[in-house]
Design a protein around this ligand. Structure first.
Ligand SMILES: [Zn+2]
Ligand SMILES: [Zn+2]
Length: 237
């Protein structure tokens, strides 16, 4: 009942004060800070490796996943990490704007719907280390997962896992170095009561972070772990 009232209030507010497009300033659509033109122009990830979401000329498996299967069962990326999605992500990380996170969650939910990604029972955001959470003020992967889950009717569990070490994203590191850096970075504190979960991340660079979390969840007894990312960088170097 309450949520119905809230939804109605939200709709009236959107009608009275339509949000303006976060990219170009025009009038937003669907109650979101994005206009129809910018929505059309977003760089969608069309074809990718089904295990790590690396962009490929056609759907299939990349050479790396063929040689060595990653911990996750599937990976989906909604967009390429390219203009203007990269600007959205920068705003998510450094602007501290929950409105952008809400938009990102809505975009991820729309991609999951239109490409018919198989629905997991639970969404698990890639946890942020507490020190970085304090510094940033909010957790962007959690905010994206909350909005995406709300729109798709999938619960989110942000307490199942913790990040043990404050591993900073380190561009310039090789794939092997990244993996070494991340080893043991996540711990499952409360094993999720679900057979099939999806890890939610904002940007998948090489997939090493999401893969490490997927491995931890599997050690914690989860049978199937997919990765859903707002965007995917690549192809991998
Ligand atoms: Zn726009
Ligand atoms: Zn792959």
């Amino acid at each position: 009942m309450h949520s119905q009232v809230n939804k109605t209030a939200e709709r009236i507010l959107d009608w009275l004060l339509p949000p303006s497009c976060t990219l170009c300033g025009s009038r937003g659509e669907f109650g979101l800070p994005l206009c129809a033109g910018c929505w059309q122009d977003l760089p969608r990830l069309k074809h990718a490796c089904r295990r790590c979401a690396e962009p490929l000329p056609q759907d299939g498996l990349c050479g790396r996943c063929l040689r060595r299967a990653p911990p996750q069962d599937l990976a989906h990326g909604a967009f390429l990490y390219a203009d203007p999605v990269d600007r959205l992500v920068q705003r998510l990380k450094f602007g501290g704007r929950l409105g952008t996170a809400r938009l990102a969650g809505a975009l991820l939910a729309a991609a999951a719907r239109s490409a018919q990604w198989e629905r997991p029972q639970l969404l698990i955001p890639v946890p942020l280390h507490r020190a970085r959470l304090r510094q940033r003020g909010y957790d962007q992967a959690q905010a994206i997962a909350a909005e995406c889950g709300r729109r798709l009717g999938i619960p989110m569990d942000s307490r199942a896992c913790q990040r043990k070490s404050a591993t900073a994203p380190q561009p310039g590191l090789s794939r092997a170095e990244r993996r070494r850096n991340l080893r043991g970075a996540f711990v499952v504190v409360t094993p999720p009561q679900a057979r099939h979960v999806a890890v939610i991340d904002d940007v998948m660079t090489t997939g090493a972070t999401a893969g490490e979390l997927a491995a931890a969840l599997k050690r914690g007894g989860v049978e199937r772990v997919d990765v859903w990312a707002l965007c995917r960088a690549g192809p991998d170097r």
